[in-house]
Design a protein around this ligand. Structure first.
Ligand SMILES: NC(=O)c1ccc[n+]([C@@H]2O[C@H](COP(=O)([O-])OP(=O)(O)OC[C@H]3O[C@@H](n4cnc5c(N)ncnc54)[C@H](O)[C@@H]3O)[C@@H](O)[C@H]2O)c1
Length: 276
């Protein structure tokens, strides 16, 4: 309960759904939204954080950390490669909390680096299926729900933030299909924002650079790859999940009401130019 002396949290009582929330950026985003007062539906392939992650408390599922901190959160299993799971996830969020205000499409599939000629159709289907189609399906279902709701006191009917990648903005060697799937996410973000700005629905994307998570752990364990990533990142350090979460949370607040259709690179300058 807030008193006059307390600052009102920016997302008090809003309902948020975060995909891929068990580890890395999804976990940091779920925790960040909850810290601002949102009720968070956490979802992932499984509730246990990845053992390859760098979180100090990775023995505790994200929704339990939120509850321990006094927030409201539940976990719902969802494979973003399966349309039926996504339908069930959105409907679970709405039945559990009565509405849906924020959707963060963060779950993603990346496969270790290789030249394009060594990639396969199966890799294409998997990455396009989860990163591209999964994000599109989730956005469509979220928007159908938003359209049933009134514009809220913040002036928005609902907010979507997609997690794309710096690889969707600039070409990076040895991840062609992943990059194409993220370019799809970035372009979908712009198109869907255009279609639904008239409905007061915000659609934006955050494009992370190199971030220390379970997904990137094979890169972080290889000094040669990390030296290359550091060379490509002008800022003196690589990224942490909280760098991304803070920008996502901002995009979900009333402060960002007039921001839509944007792909915001949060990448230590990775996509700013050629670092000489
Ligand atoms: N780490 C980086 O350097 C980096 C850079 C740019 C973009 N990204 C993107 O950021 C997002 C988050 O990745 P991360 O780095 O935090 O990795 P992470 O491995 O820490 O977390 C990814 C989470 O997504 C879940 N997930 C994977 N496939 C799923 C599926 N089919 N359905 C539901 N959940 C699934 C995983 O179980 C995991 O909990 C991804 O979309 C990724 O492509 C990562």
């Amino acid at each position: 309960m807030s008193t006059d002396n307390q600052v009102r949290r920016k997302l008090e009582g809003r309902v948020a759904m975060v995909t891929g929330s068990s580890s890395g950026m999804g976990r940091a985003i779920a925790l960040g939204l909850a810290a601002e007062g949102a009720y968070v539906v956490c979802s992932d392939l499984k509730q246990e954080p990845s053992p390859n992650g760098f979180e100090a408390d990775k023995h505790i599922p994200t929704h339990e950390v939120i509850s321990q901190n006094g927030g409201r959160s539940t976990f719902k299993k969802c494979d973003m490669g399966k349309t039926e799971d996504i339908v069930n996830l959105v409907s679970f969020a709405v039945t559990t909390y009565g509405k849906l205000n924020i959707v963060v499409n963060n779950a993603g599939l990346w496969l270790p680096l290789r030249d394009f000629a060594e990639e396969t159709d199966e890799m294409w289907d998997a990455m396009m299926g989860i990163n591209g189609k999964g994000t599109a399906t989730s956005m469509r279902l979220a928007i159908r729900q938003f359209l049933k709701q009134d514009i809220d006191e913040s002036g928005s009917r609902g907010r979507i933030v997609n997690i794309s990648s710096s690889a969707g903005i600039t070409a990076v060697r040895r991840e062609a299909t992943y990059a194409a799937s993220k370019a799809a996410v970035s372009m979908l973000t712009r198109n869907v924002a255009l279609d639904h700005a008239k409905d007061s629905i915000n659609v934006n994307a955050v494009c992370p650079g190199v971030v220390r998570t379970a997904m990137a752990s094979t890169n972080f364990k290889d000094p040669a790859i990390i030296a290359e990533m550091k060379k490509g990142t002008p800022w003196p350090r690589l990224g942490e999940p909280s760098d991304i979460a803070k920008v996502v949370v901002f995009l979900c607040t009333d402060d960002a009401q007039w921001v839509t259709g944007q792909n915001i690179a949060v990448d230590g300058g990775f996509t700013a130019g050629i670092p000489l």
